[in-house]
Design a protein around this ligand. Sequence first.
Ligand code: FE2
Ligand code: FE2
Length: 318
Amino acid sequence: MTITPDTATDDKTGIQPLRDALGLLKDREQVAERLLDSSKKHSFDPDEELDWDAPFEEGKWFWPPELVSLYDTPLWKRMSEEQRLDLARHEAGSLASLGIWFEVILMQLLVRHIYDKPLTSSHVRYALTEIEDECRHSKMFARMITKSGVPAYRVSRLHHNLARLLKSVSTTPGSFTATLLGEEILDWMQRLTFPDERIQPLVRGVTRIHVVEEARHVRYAREELRRQMVSCPRWEAEFTRISSGEAARVFSISFINPEVYTNVGLDKREAMAQVKASGHRREVMQTGARRLTDFLDEIGVMRGVGRKLWVSSGLLAR
Ligand SMILES: [Fe+2]
Ligand SMILES: [Fe+2]
């Protein structure tokens, strides 16, 4: 077992830091049983739960304006209210499309994760339950995109194929880091969306269901990643640092599909340049990522080259 250097420095025997590290690691089965219990109590069928036939409400947002990429830029100030609402509708569709992409990747990672694990364990049973959650979510997002009248926005062909490779060869800690990247920032945005009365009721319903069920996924991935970073070989921990930094970079580039700007009648290049220069946007993305970056820092993922990649992704201040 490898102990991270930070915890091992003051002790010559290595036994006390080992105990400390293990103390952090909640028993895998116990965590899974609690999550299974919560899944039984708080799971939703979006097809039944939400009113898919209700028309959208005039003047309501599909995404909080402050979380729209161009918010507060000179271009935003020139846009009409109608165009702003339209951009928010397309960005909500772009994020829902990104959500499906992530969930499909995650389902494959989970299947790979349990392939060697004890078949009847709660840990495996919970992973299968999480896959069921993600199946419902992806169908729910797809239905929302269709109903919103926006295209399904795909990531670039390069990122699509890069992820095809990564989801087949990534290490276990690398997989869970990518999972958290996909889940935590969107989760932060959705937590601001569902209680907001300015937002379309259907979008509030979709984000509420997602936030409730996603909290379990974040817990499962965090506990597993914490265990993995203590127990995996040194090369794997180092590879995870670098691959997570690269994943953060790809994630921040593909977060909003630039076609949204063209589709609301804006100049794509100008819009992208303004988003890149926007202090408000940087603040939003870093605040959204903070819970995750603090956690990754704590368990030793944010070091060396990996950390530099995180900073270059714009999701980490320094
Ligand atoms: Fe999900
Ligand atoms: Fe999830």
